[in-house]
Design a protein. Structure first.
Length: 255
């Protein structure tokens, strides 16, 4: 099976490619495309693959703008950290919509849908299935946590969390009251439990709360330095590739 990945984060693209080849050893990744312009050029000059995995937020815009310039007549599986684009995704031949971080199980289900995909069929059943998946995903978001601390369990609301910092493969929670708690879990695992409208994975070290952001500075090479109302152990840098996604997340959230 020939596949194309449209993803501007190198680590995310590598992870997706690794998952795909572990599920199907015959999976052939034809190209990894990083932005809108590169994607348009590739699809104009190459035969269509069997499947396209497409991140919605790219460095130079959202991937829906690709379809304003070209038509892609092959199945598409969208990947994103946000759920509000689900219905829009099905306007452009999407067969599934995977919420990040992508698990092997969800990817296997998506590839099973691909095998049963009938071009030009009614997508209503598929839309119903994916909306049910999104609702199930939302149920796992937590607003309250019990944090082990010495011989106690400390209740913490997600509203109390200013940022979460990765240290020695563990998650250190820092609250607005400047108290901090260490959890024996990774940032990836913790991120799955948080509302993506309220928290953003800024980089490998930090998940930050929308409420904690005070301002941001233009950093070199198009990056952003994000400043919080609570002091951090190191400067929080958002890569150029994710700067647009971060600004959109910040402006979209009403909190």
């Amino acid at each position: 099976m020939n596949a194309v990945i449209v993803e501007d984060e190198f680590a995310a693209a590598q992870n997706l490619e690794r998952l795909l080849t572990s599920i199907d050893e015959n999976m052939n990744i034809l190209a990894v495309l990083q932005n809108v312009d590169e994607s348009i050029e590739w699809f104009l000059t190459n035969p269509l693959p069997d499947i396209v995995f497409m991140d919605i937020h790219l460095a130079d815009g959202d991937s829906f703008s690709i379809f304003k310039s070209i038509e892609i007549h092959c199945p598409i599986i969208f990947t994103t950290a946000y759920d509000q684009y689900a219905l829009k995704a099905f306007e452009v031949n999407s067969i599934d919509y995977l919420l990040k971080p992508i698990s092997k199980k969800s990817l296997e289900k998506a590839l099973t849908k691909l095998k049963n995909f009938v071009p030009n069929s009614n997508n209503s059943e598929v839309i119903t299935q994916i909306m049910q998946s999104i609702n199930q995903f939302n149920k796992h978001r937590q607003r309250n946590f019990l944090i082990p601390f010495k011989d106690k369990l400390i209740p913490i609301s997600s509203d109390d969390i200013a940022f979460i910092y990765s240290q020695n493969k563990k998650a250190e929670i820092v609250c607005f009251n400047k108290r901090d708690y260490m959890m024996d879990t990774s940032l990836d695992d913790f991120l799955k439990q948080l509302d993506p409208d309220l928290f953003f994975r800024a980089n490998r070290q930090f998940i930050i709360s929308h409420k904690a952001v005070t301002d941001m500075s233009i950093w070199f090479d198009g990056k952003l330095a994000v400043n919080l109302s609570v002091s951090t152990p190191e400067r929080i840098i958002v890569s150029r590739a994710r700067a647009g996604e971060f600004k959109e997340w910040y402006m979209r959230t009403d909190d």
